[in-house]
Design a binder for this molecule. Structure first.
Ligand code: GDP
Ligand code: IMO
Ligand code: MG
Length: 405
């Protein structure tokens, strides 16, 4: 049974939610291995739209069990609201279909507060991700295992006093009331407790019984803490390597799947060589509805950057590309893709002819206009990786399958 890992090839929001939901129907296990509620993975089915932040997109599959792995950071309040949203859509979440690692770290209101205070230069999502991973690396974080025996309350108090001095000196503000934070977390913690388990063992059991497993990456290659556009990155290993450490056990991936948007977007600050600040950029934002699924911020838009794509393939060992949002390029007379850099660092572009007709919802490669097929062919030739699927709309069914993964 196959083991796949799905990773964003750009700066996040490539359509990983849609792709993972599509693949999850045939999976036994879907595993998130890094990040937290900074992710916003949109799944559209039966005219419904659900945005998942921490729960894997596999939760909508009746077959798959979902895992939030040890590499993740978990905000119980946001998790509780995701569970409520899923219940409203008729999807029950309980220990039988969601297991959260005892080694994942708790995101506290204090982490969120610190993130908001510090987020200016990076433009983070304000979800407390950086401060939580900082505490983890500092060996002073709160692991979810402490929710099992109630020791989390004492740890919250230590966590509060540890940050207090820094806090007062740096920000000169009054301290968040820890007792109030504990009270605020209690109901969500009670909901989370029965879901906590040994996810490394769960993944190991699935591997040893030949189960099909999908590792669902969040963010994207160039937001990776090591490989991304540092310091304008997130605080976790978003790339394929992160799936092993953050997912629990060593696995062999039968497919390393890139999700690549047919153009580029980025939310927050940081370099974006192919960014379009003109009418074409605005048009891509409107047609592609490029507004953050987590924060609602307008996403910066630009041309596809294949030189970065090639690097993403190198880092992740991608052997399969899902190209998303090709439908959003319809109507642009000329399409550009960056294939290198000039000596001053500006992108070198290849121009290609665009197409006029709508391709929204097209499910067969041969129905695409010849210009769209050429665009796809150029991408796979440049990357030396096959474009196995092309997404032509937000719904599960808006997909062209050229080659099964
Ligand atoms: P993720 O974070 O990688 O899961 O991506 P997001 O959910 O943040 O953003 C992708 C957005 O594009 C969502 O609103 C999806 O519903 C939508 N989407 C995904 N694939 C396609 C596609 O092929 N065409 C169009 N038009 N929209 C898509
Ligand atoms: P998905 O999984 C797009 C960006 C933030 C900011 C930087 C650091 O939906 O693709 P953080 O809150 O992680 O400390 O912010 O990373 N960022 C994302 N951008 N999609 C995401 O997730 C992102 N998660 C974080 O905008 O620039
Ligand atoms: Mg997103």
């Amino acid at each position: 049974m196959p083991v796949y890992v799905v990773v964003g090839a750009q700066w996040g929001d490539e359509g990983k939610g849609k792709v993972c939901d599509f693949l999850a129907g045939a999976m036994d296990l879907v595993v998130r291995y890094q990040g937290g509620a900074n992710a916003g993975h949109t799944v559209v089915f039966d005219d419904r739209k659900i945005v998942l932040h921490q729960i894997p997109s596999g939760i909508l599959s009746p077959r798959a069990r979902s895992v939030i792995g040890n590499g993740c950071v978990v905000d119980p309040v946001i998790l509780a609201s995701e569970i409520r949203e899923l219940a409203a859509a008729g999807v029950h979440v309980g220990p039988e279909n969601l297991i959260v690692s005892q080694h994942a770290h708790l995101v506290t209101p204090l982490h969120r507060f610190l993130d908001e205070k510090q987020n200016g230069a990076i433009g983070t999502t304000g979800r407390g991700i950086g401060p939580c991973y900082t505490d983890k690396a500092q060996r002073s974080g709160i692991r979810l295992e402490s929710l099992m025996d109630g020791s989390w309350r004492g740890r919250m108090r230590e966590h509060g006093s540890r940050h207090e001095d820094f806090y007062r000196v740096v920000y000169g503000v009054g301290y968040i009331d820890v007792e109030e934070s504990i009270r605020a977390l209690e109901p969500a913690v009670a909901l989370l407790q029965p879901l906590i388990g040994d996810t490394a063992q769960v993944v190991c059991d699935a591997v040893s019984t030949g189960g099909s497993i999908l590792f669902e990456g969040a963010q994207g290659t160039f937001l990776d803490l090591d490989h991304g556009t540092y310091p304008y990155v997130t605080s976790s290993t978003t790339t394929v390597g992160g799936a092993i450490s953050g997912g629990g056990v060593y696995v062999h991936f039968d497919r390393r799947i890139a999700v690549m948007k047919a153009y580029a977007t980025r939310v927050g600050e940081g370099p974006f060589p192919t960014e379009l600040t003109d009418e074409t950029g605005r048009r891509l934002r409107e047609v592609g509805r490029e507004y953050g699924a987590t924060t609602g911020r307008a996403r910066r838009c630009g041309w596809l950057d294949l030189s970065m794509g090639r690097r993403a393939c190198m880092i992740n060992g991608f052997d399969y590309v899902v190209l998303t949002k090709l439908d959003c390029l319809s109507g642009l007379p000329v399409l550009r893709a960056a294939v290198g850099r000039a000596s001053d660092g500006t992108p070198d572009y290849v121009d290609m002819e665009g197409w006029d007709s709508s391709i929204a919802g097209v499910t067969s490669f041969h129905e695409l206009p010849v210009e769209a097929r050429r665009y796809v062919a150029f991408i796979e030739e440049y990357l030396c990786v096959p474009v196995g699927m092309i997404s032509t709309g937000p719904s599960r069914s808006d997909i062209i399958i050229r080659k099964e993964p």
